[in-house]
Design a protein around this ligand. Structure first.
Ligand code: C2E
Ligand code: MG
Ligand code: MG
Ligand code: MG
Length: 289
């Protein structure tokens, strides 16, 4: 709801300010100012291991609360950040925050199986000349183990310049960073991407999970995606799980991981610290029995 309100208000804002060069520049300026003033934030959403119910990782999602407009959806501001090139600075900032946070959580909760922090990376950033250096730098600066960073890219990355995309992804894979193919099945899905690019994880798009909700017997596509991923030694994360039934079904179909409102909505770092504290308490209760 808040998201819809933010979007609606933003659309009014955009209509009012419609698309002169100066006005686009004003939107960019507002976003840039928010970035510099540290008014952007990150929501973290747990990723759950379906077999055990353990929180195994997080996805970092960018949030913009504009002082006048209120919350603006990333579906709105990410494309603007991409068009203006501001996405590179935004993701550099977000990578640093998220990696430092994960490093901190791993230190704070050594008994928990916290495996990865996922960060969404725009194709504009992957294609930017500093991309490989940006990844190297954040690992150096935060001391996060490279294998604990997972970069999520979408199929659109491979569309325009697959040669350069593959080279860049291979360079960061060589650091030990993991790669995830986000929103799988929504774009220009080609099985050859999975084969030719060094992905560790595939995220089954929410639309497939929603389709299972409507027709739980119609499991063919999801079953096929999971089987194909397994045969390529790629793990799967099912997105948008909202009910216990969906979680059970996806586990039964063989998806390793799941993410969605059923497990947890995206929340602040403090929210996640509370969840982790509770999980650590449960695990120490279990081991002391
Ligand atoms: P995504 O990477 O596919 O992220 C998952 C989206 O699904 C998030 O929306 C999340 O809040 C939402 N979601 C999670 N669980 C559920 C559920 O159970 N039901 C439903 N209906 N939705 C669920 P959000 O946070 O609005 O982000 C939207 C998109 O914006 C993301 O999709 C991602 O593509 C993009 N985005 C967010 N932050 C960044 C960023 O830092 N860089 C880039 N390039 N893109 C970003
Ligand atoms: Mg994502
Ligand atoms: Mg996704
Ligand atoms: Mg998405």
């Amino acid at each position: 709801k808040a998201k819809e309100r933010g979007k609606a208000r933003y659309e009014v804002f955009v209509q009012e300010m419609h698309a002169t060069v100066e006005q686009r520049w004003q939107i960019e300026t507002a976003l840039r100012q928010s970035l510099e003033a540290q008014q952007l934030a990150i929501a973290y959403q747990p990723v759950t291991q379906l077999s055990s119910g353990d929180m195994i990782g997080f996805e970092a999602l960018c949030r913009w609360h504009h002082p006048q407009l209120g919350p603006v959806s990333p579906e709105i501001f990410i494309p603007i950040a991409e068009e203006t090139g501001l996405i590179v600075a935004l993701e550099r900032w977000l990578l640093h925050q998220a990696c430092a946070q994960m490093q901190h959580w791993q230190q704070q909760f050594p008994a928990l199986p916290l495996a990865f922090m996922s960060v969404n990376i725009s194709p504009v950033h992957v294609m930017h000349p500093t991309f490989v250096a940006d990844i190297h730098q954040v690992l150096q600066a935060t001391h996060l183990a490279p294998a604990a960073l997972k970069l999520e890219v979408t199929e659109s990355l491979m569309m325009h310049n697959p040669g350069v995309a593959r080279e860049r992804l291979q360079q960061v894979r060589a650091f030990g960073v993991q790669l995830s193919l986000d929103d799988f099945g929504t774009g220009y899905s080609s099985l050859s991407y999975l084969h030719q690019f060094p992905f560790n994880t595939l995220k089954i798009d929410q639309s497939f999970v929603h389709q299972l909700r409507a027709t739980p017997h119609d499991t063919g596509i999801v079953r096929a995606i999971i089987a194909m991923a397994h045969s390529l030694n790629i793990q799967t994360i099912a997105e948008g799980i909202e009910t216990a039934d969906e979680a059970a079904l996806l586990a039964q179909l063989g998806s390793h991981y799941g993410q969605g409102y059923y497990f947890a909505r995206p929340g602040s770092a403090d929210d996640m610290t509370r969840r982790l504290t509770a999980a650590a308490q449960r695990s120490s209760d279990r081991s002391s029995q």
